[in-house]
Design a protein around this ligand. Structure first.
Ligand SMILES: Nc1ncnc2c1ncn2[C@@H]1O[C@H](COP(=O)(O)OP(=O)(O)OP(=O)(O)O)[C@@H](O)[C@H]1O
Ligand SMILES: Nc1ncnc2c1ncn2[C@@H]1O[C@H](COP(=O)(O)OP(=O)(O)OP(=O)(O)O)[C@@H](O)[C@H]1O
Ligand SMILES: [Mg+2]
Ligand SMILES: [Mg+2]
Lengths: 165, 162, 162, 165
């Protein structure tokens, strides 16, 4: 199972529809400070089910909706779609491509779609749980926090090990 | 279950010893379950000794040594249960060029097994990539994606107009 | 005393607004005493808005933006009560080259007033220095000082044998 | 008042007597990971009276004594000397050069010297208190902790402001 593409629309600084197509192997994302690179990581975490606004550097979920600039109005919804190549049937469904979409509106309500039909967050989570890309299972090393595993208490550290077991 | 945790822990431990030696070109590191506690509840201790140095608390390690040790441990856990893709955000920030070289070579090897998405300002890390995406804000506050070739990147990681 | 704290706070506030605008080439930042509390006990809130962007929580700022904002505030405090010397340890780690340029230029100006000792891996920061000392470990685990000229430093900050 | 020189002997990775002479203006310290640059910052903090081992990345004060390598034995004492140019009489003493020395031994006992005669830590602290180089008053930005002032609670942040008042 691998990522094919990521589409952002109204998510944080990605006011406009933007698509990243990921090849096999190693992809680097580069650019100046504050241009949106870590926001791409936030988008992937979010579409895979991250529920804590603080894990996305915000204080409430609506903080991920594009909030406008000096020259452009805010929008009412954030949407991220992640497309997986499922040729290996790692995800237990009959499609060779699996599209996961998440939306959030200004009133805080969220929508989840699996291959463009509405589903619940728990359906998504169950689907992804054994694939290693469920939120919590995938390997993420966050900016400025790489040595957190060294700083943590012996007990907190254990949680990461238990995930792998 | 008890056996599952212990066997996973032992696998991670072996990976950690090996990955640390690889990233430091020597030295020695290990992880231990805290003594006197049940295996299903014991906390986890880490020791690390860069080559030629004496073992001492990991708090005394330098910034770059801590990054390399943490990366070795996180990849040891990854190798025990590889995820289909890995997201690394400016992991190389504290590394000198010799360490970036070892880090980039290691990640390049893993990228044949899993997809890697790496955010970086470092040109050596970028040179290990199959694809480079640029993100920029030609309109302030609004992000856009642009294709970037390694030749478009300055020595200091800045993107020059193609 | 009350007046002393308030007047110092106002001085730092003015410095912060100015230093932030200087480091970001625009934008707006401010500090506030929390409301409803006595001036001698009130906590301090920070807001920062890079140029062209809308004001939002400082937690949403990028890594480099946070460094520049923190540096602006720490230097604002410094300017209110300059210490004879300042020690900066890899402050530029998260900065892109454009920001390193602005940071190095600012520090260079302050260095006419106070002594600055700056640890860095960045060649642009080094180029602002009057003196460069190298530290190395020809014998592993044992530090030595060596004189370094800017010409001995590679583009990536590594020290080449003179 | 400015720094003239720093001498380290047996302090952390500086097993051998090492001297740094600081000019006016801006001095950069460079070198590979783990070679001792941050240890120089620790030495300056320590000689000016830092009493918390954790602020020097250790758990007890003896952690700053050179602990040996695979090829070299540990030593029994760490010593750091910082020499100030006092031509402006910023430090309220009659010397144009002020030399502050601190030593610590394996049994944990510390010695302080002011221009080579023994004194107490509190004498040093009183001397440096109004010069802006007393520990706590000087401007230090630590590796990996630059944005701490942004992450702190509103109350903790206040302490830094009160120092300046
Ligand atoms: N809801 C939102 N609407 C608009 N802009 C937002 C929103 N949330 C965050 N941003 C902006 O996104 C920017 C941060 O982007 P990001 O963290 O991705 O930067 P980065 O490219 O990783 O930079 P660095 O190299 O400094 O880490 C900030 O300037 C922030 O103001
Ligand atoms: N008491 C001691 N005796 C001997 N070596 C020590 C002692 N305390 C610390 N060290 C060593 O000093 C080294 C760390 O040095 P330091 O933090 O100054 O590195 P650095 O040059 O700042 O590197 P970086 O660029 O990675 O931040 C570690 O390898 C550590 O083992
Ligand atoms: Mg970032
Ligand atoms: Mg360091």
């Amino acid at each position: 199972m691998r990522l094919k593409s990521l589409r952002l629309h109204g998510f944080k600084s990605f006011a406009l529809r933007t698509e990243f197509t990921f090849p096999e192997g190693l992809t680097c994302i580069v650019g100046p400070n504050g241009c949106g690179k870590s926001n791409v990581v936030d988008a992937i975490k979010w579409v895979l089910g991250e529920q804590r606004p603080t894990a996305l550097r915000g204080s409430e979920m609506q903080d991920v909706i594009f909030g406008g600039t000096a020259a452009r109005k805010p929008v009412g919804m954030a949407e991220v779609t992640l497309v997986f190549d499922n040729a290996n049937r790692t995800i237990d469904v009959d499609w060779t491509e699996v599209e996961v979409t998440r939306r959030v509106y200004r009133d805080g309500s969220s929508e989840y779609l699996l291959n463009r039909s509405r589903c619940r967050l728990r359906d998504l989570r169950e689907l992804l749980m054994d694939t290693g890309s469920g939120q919590g299972a995938m390997t993420i090393m966050e900016q400025g926090k790489i040595d957190q595993i060294l700083r943590e208490g012996h007990q907190e550290r254990r949680a990461v090990f238990e995930e792998a077991a | 279950s008890r056996e599952l945790f212990v066997s996973t822990f032992e696998k991670i431990r072996e990976n950690f010893r090996e990955t640390f030696r690889r990233l430091f070109e020597g030295g020695k590191a290990d992880i231990f379950l805290d003594e006197g506690q049940d295996v299903l509840e014991a906390g986890i201790d880490i020791v690390a000794r860069p080559p030629g140095k004496e073992p001492r608390s990991i708090s005394l390690l330098s910034g770059g040594e801590r990054t390399m040790t943490a990366v070795a441990l996180l990849f040891a856990i990854y190798k025990a249960k590889p995820s289909p893709f890995c997201l690394l955000d400016e992991v190389d920030a504290a590394l000198d060029e010799a360490n970036v070289e070892r880090f980039a070579t290691l990640v390049h090897e893993y990228s044949t097994e899993s997809q890697f998405i790496i955010i970086t300002h470092n040109k050596r890390t970028m040179s290990a990539a199959d694809t480079i995406f640029g993100v920029s804000m030609p309109e302030r506050g609004v992000s856009r994606r642009l294709a970037v070739r390694l030749e478009d990147v300055g020595d200091n990681g800045e993107i020059r107009a193609a």
